[in-house]
Write a protein that binds this ligand. Sequence first.
Ligand code: FCB
Length: 784
Amino acid sequence: MSTARFPEGFVWGVSTSAYQIEGATGEDGRGPSIWDVFPGGRNGDPACDHYRRYADDVRLMKDLGMAAYRFSVSWPRVMPDGKGRLNEPGLDFYDRLVDELLAAGIAPYATLYHWDLPQALEDEGGWTSRDTAHRFADYTRAVHDRLGDRVGTWFTLNEPWVAAFLGYGSGVHAPGRRSAAEAFVGAHHMLLAHGLALEALRSAGAQRAGIVLNLSPVLTPGQLGDLSSQPSEEDAEAVKRIDALHNRQFLDPVLRGSYPADLLPVVERIAGLGHIRDGDLDLIGRPIDLLGVNYYTPTAVQAQPGAAGDASFPGSEGVLFCSVPTAVTAMGWPIVPSGLTLLLSRLSREYPGTELMITENGADFVDVLTPEGIHDIERTSFIEEHLRALRVSLDEGARVSGYLVWSLLDCVEWADGYRRKFGLVHVDLETQRRRLKDSALWYRDVIARNGLPDGRPRRPTLETVAARAGVSRATVSRVVNGEASVSAEARDAVLRAVRELGYVPNAAARSLVTRRTDAVALVLSEPRQGGDALIAAIVRYVTSMLEGAGKQITLMLADTAESRRRVLQHVEARQADGVVLLPPDDHGPLAEQLARTGVPVVLLGRPAVASLVPHVDVDNAGGAGAATAHLLERGRRRIAMICGPTDLVAVQDRLAGHRDVLHEAGLRPLLALAGPDRESGAESARRLLADHPELDAVLATSDDLAIGALRAAREAGRRVPDDLAVVGFGDIDAASCTTPALTTVRVPARDQALALARLLLSRLDGRHAGPVVLPARLVVRDST
Ligand code: FCB
């Protein structure tokens, strides 16, 4: 079969969910759901007004040639209190919808739970209460009683991981609880609800039933670049743990009737195992007819000893969630179509025999409305690339029976509200007018030919030009629009690519220019006493350089959990187009979290763990080595190092550089630990001089410590430099004012700031940039 064709009978369609499109939350007796009450929610009206416009929407799908439509039934519309009384008008709505679909020749696929729990049940404990699972089975029975004669395919739950871990763990989804234990308990009760509902469906005679899981291949950043690369033992453990939490926690119970052995100790430690009762797993593991797979993006992780972990993944302590250096959607989700192939081949290998269906795949991009249409090239390419990846899996033998795009309409994206655009069809929120985007028309053609456009030469897109020129789409757009703010170098590269590819700019290219790329957040992660003079200088320089480049700077503190959360929210809300994070130490997780939003981030200083986030550093080891060599040249043999806080990566590097040069000279290091300030430098020097009267030199890891050492030498009656040479590090203003003036290693604040600003500007232009390491130069004065 040609790579472009799909098997006979392959099911093409779209997915939606009740809360995201229906609106009419207070109509015809519907009860409140957790999303109507959740502070980050309350977006359910008017949504797409689908409750009233369902017939138009079905007609749209018919015109596009859809074979299947996956929608969800709203539990609070059918049972306003979550149990007991049925709301007939609510059931009538689904009755009408199903009839309309059947009349249009579209197969209805019903999801029974897509996150809109009746608030009345949440008030009684929600998913942390086992009773909710039984109430779900009652509700399932009621829905099946009404629709079972016409609905052929049933899904019990949509993405229980999201509902449990974002709803009860990190609290970013309704009901907004933040308890690691409750998240695990909720997840189990959801699985139990699946098992009970499945039993109810079977005994009522349902033909085809399954569950929908959000699955994500978990890899190290190294594996993402090269699948054959071997992760370290620690990284492999991190991957396995996150895979258990994200994927196997649901796959194994449903498809094997057991929890993964490596997950249980994590659950036990956090939530105990009391909520898992005898017989539960037998029910949960009863055979399903098909597994719905929602795929959006992979997950990149690596080991990071001491990392606090992510609240959405309780049990992820010691794991760092990494950014993926690739194009992202507007949601910030990395675009990795090959992840779908990887996922499907893994499912086929480890859970053989299960029929699979892609029940969600799609992307949020900024759409541009023009009188001639909505040319959403990115969305079309996203779907096309994922369909190609799916085609590869089919060739490899994966049993995938269909593909449903998320989503038919631009709709309510949960806590993100209306600003996310996943639809094939644009919805005007004022008028509710529907307009087909280019992606919808393209998808219609795919459905009509049961395959991808065969070998058709692809029109060069903005993306292709950006890739050829090595710049971002926004830069291409700026060049195409004749904006002056682009460097000559980038402009040349773009124009060359435009010529070579024969690219004709379209409206999408023109529009990108309206996207802001001028707001930069300057984030101070850990203001430390003593080290602040240098940071203050760098902040001043970076600010003036970026302002000179037309950026607006917002200075933000990220020194507490709360302020870190605020910074993350600020960036997630795209109130910043770029982030400079400084200083380096302790900011591992924040840097990675920020980078995962897809907004360019640059760091000052080498991070403690390997990271894909680009940084600017100075050659601390080289500088300390040069200072040590200088002391040796001056005939010093008994050299001590006064070492500032050793959790600082810069201090560790300085120590390493000093040690290496001493070792080469056959000498042994003598270390004295100190705090950050002058007094503690003096204190360490006093102790050193008392314990080692033969000492003839001191190298300190900062100028402040060295100034303290000068004072201690004076007090002890030692002449500097005759009896004792003293060297600092940093070359702060005070270093040249001491008596005698201090020999030190200059850390070029201005150059660092310049390099940081440059690095950020090139990232904002979409260029990938590696780390920058600046030389640290020895400045010889009278103290040596
Ligand atoms: C999935 C949800 C769906 C939608 C997409 C973008 O996790 O199932 O409702 O929010 O993500």
